[in-house]
Design a protein around this ligand. Structure first.
Ligand code: THU
Length: 140
């Protein structure tokens, strides 16, 4: 399937509008494409106790997996301060990269980092998380 980067980034920007960020004011949105062509959106959801905060990428993954999806092609991520349009890319944190590693083929899964102007970076998960530890490595 061809990955429509423009559509994924625009859905990530839309999801970012729903970010719940009263503490950091750093609003992030994600759009996760399944192999069957469905798209799950996610935003970051913060918490007064800080550590229960969930990143936008993990929100998208957990929504999808909880609906029975386990095969993914790509994720688009956008982030920036408050309601201003993102001028720069927002790279996924290490925890989110590890969650991607659980469900995605590091050699083919694409991580697309966007700005208000569209897709700016497109890398494989392996490029984002070199020598990553995943399900195939456990007890291998
Ligand atoms: N955050 C994400 O949602 N995704 C990222 O890729 C980086 C960080 C969130 C977590 C927290 O709510 C805020 O951005 C500031 O770290």
């Amino acid at each position: 399937m061809v990955i429509d980067e423009k559509k994924l980034v625009s859905l990530a920007l839309e999801a970012r509008g729903r970010a719940y960020v009263p503490y950091s004011h750093w609003a992030v949105g994600a759009a996760l494409l399944t192999k069957s062509g469905k798209i799950y959106q996610g935003c970051n959801i913060e918490n007064a106790a800080y550590t229960p905060t969930n990143c936008a990428e993990r929100t998208a993954f957990f929504k999808a997996v909880s609906e029975g999806e386990k095969e993914f092609l790509a994720i688009a991520v956008v982030g920036g301060y408050d309601t201003s349009e993102p001028e720069k890319i927002c790279a996924p944190c290490g925890v989110c990269r590890q969650v991607m590693m659980e469900f995605c083929d590091p050699k083919t899964f694409r991580v697309i980092l966007g700005t208000k102007d569209g897709a700016a970076v497109n890398r494989t998960l392996e490029e984002m998380l070199p020598l990553g530890f995943g399900p195939d490595d456990l007890y291998a």
